[in-house]
Design a protein around this ligand. Structure first.
Ligand SMILES: NC(=O)c1ccc[n+]([C@@H]2O[C@H](COP(=O)([O-])OP(=O)(O)OC[C@H]3O[C@@H](n4cnc5c(N)ncnc54)[C@H](O)[C@@H]3O)[C@@H](O)[C@H]2O)c1
Length: 352
């Protein structure tokens, strides 16, 4: 399956196919020729797939930087290390960085590519379910110690090669993380897709190859559609943050990595769903969806160790907050999201 993503700068392809990894180098060299390549690869991914991946390239002009796995790698220290690697390997403006890993690797490698020599090209080779989201749309970033994705830019990839076979080695918790973002796409943009997911996915991981490919393709297409309408997040793209304001606050307060990104977002979605119902005075049958998510292993309440005043303070520091008011993503109906201003007092009432 191929999906084209059109942006103001360029159009790029997202190719999704089982077994694609065996030809990855061939495609990259043919479609994105470069003076040299740097593969920035997650440590776990390297242990499973790096050797075979490198063998699919013909060029000898290919370098590798392995980064420790986990959110902690989206740090200034790791970023600086990678810039030094780029320089030491002699990367120039015609070089290409290849992000081979999950969302952490994609965000980090993309930020390196976006800033090294004022920006060089990069390719995404995602290896997690969540990366169906992070590898498309061009948002790249690193974290501050307490502020997620605070330092970043928009830098679109040249190509995304997604092989669902790589997900077979993914731990169950990471399947839950990625699947939460897929469910999010249904909530915000496509009720039929959400109902399909609810009917077809009774447990994770998903074994059926065709189902998995369809699901990833559909989620990527929905994301591409939103990104194309609003590349720089001036408006509608903000709905992709459904569940993220609280999700990010939980991640920040727990310490990155204690809960996966998607698991934290799932709690945020449960909260946003309830707030939507209350604020709109409508019944979205939220309990039906929440029971299904709980049956897949999601916890849907805020961990008790977290203090609500700290979470509220974190939420008010969100990038979308202005003058004590948050732009919060709510649902008009299931499959139809909108962004609404909520002030700190109102948020506290819902939280209580
Ligand atoms: N840029 C965006 O638009 C965007 C969107 C959503 C999320 N994100 C970011 O994505 C990040 C989360 O991404 P993630 O969930 O992919 O996390 P991740 O990259 O940390 O990967 C999760 C874990 O899975 C391991 N792993 C990766 N691929 C594997 C494989 N094939 N087999 C076995 N293990 C594997 C990794 O080593 C890691 O331990 C967050 O930093 C989030 O902010 C970005």
């Amino acid at each position: 399956m191929k999906i084209s993503v059109q942006t103001s700068e360029k159009t790029y392809e997202v190719m999704i196919r089982s077994g694609l990894i065996n030809q990855a180098g061939h495609y990259i060299e043919k479609m994105i020729p470069a003076s040299s390549y740097l593969v920035i690869v997650d440590q776990h991914v390297a242990s499973y797939y790096l050797e075979a991946f490198l063998q699919t390239f013909h060029t000898a002009n290919i370098h590798v930087s392995v980064v420790p796995s986990g959110e902690q790698s989206k740090s200034f220290q790791q970023y600086e290390q990678l810039l030094n690697d780029c320089y030491a390997f002699g990367l120039d403006r015609s070089s290409v960085i290849i992000a081979f890993g999950g969302g952490v690797t994609g965000d980090l490698a993309g930020f390196v590519a976006g800033t090294y020599m004022r920006g060089i090209r990069f390719v995404q080779v995602p290896t997690t379910l969540l990366a169906h989201d992070s590898s498309v749309g061009g948002k790249v970033a690193i974290n501050l110690a307490k502020g997620k994705n605070i330092v970043g830019l928009f830098h679109q990839p040249e190509l995304v090669l997604y092989d669902p076979d790589l997900l077979r080695t993914l731990p169950n918790q990471e399947w839950r993380s990625g699947f939460a973002e897929i469910v999010k796409m249904g909530f915000i943009a496509d009720k039929d897709f959400l109902l399909w997911l609810k009917a077809e996915v009774a447990q994770l991981p998903i074994q059926d190859e065709k189902k998995l490919e369809y699901m990833i393709g559909k989620a990527v297409a929905l994301k591409a559609d939103i990104v194309q309408q609003d590349e720089k997040e001036m408006g509608i793209r903000g709905i992709l943050n459904f569940g993220h304001t609280l999700g990010h606050a939980i991640e920040g307060e727990m310490g990155y990595g204690a809960l996966t990104h998607g698991e934290a977002v799932a709690i945020g979605m449960a909260f946003a769903l309830k707030v939507s119902e209350q604020k709109k005075g409508r019944d979205f049958s939220s309990s039906v969806y929440l029971e299904w998510l709980a049956s897949l292993g999601y916890r849907l309440t805020v961990p008790q160790v977290l203090k609500s005043e700290n979470l509220l303070a974190q939420m008010m520091k969100d990038k979308k907050a202005r003058h004590g008011t948050l732009n919060y993503v709510l649902l008009e109906a299931v499959g139809d999201a909108s962004i609404e201003a909520i002030d700190a007092t109102e948020l506290k009432t819902f939280f209580d």
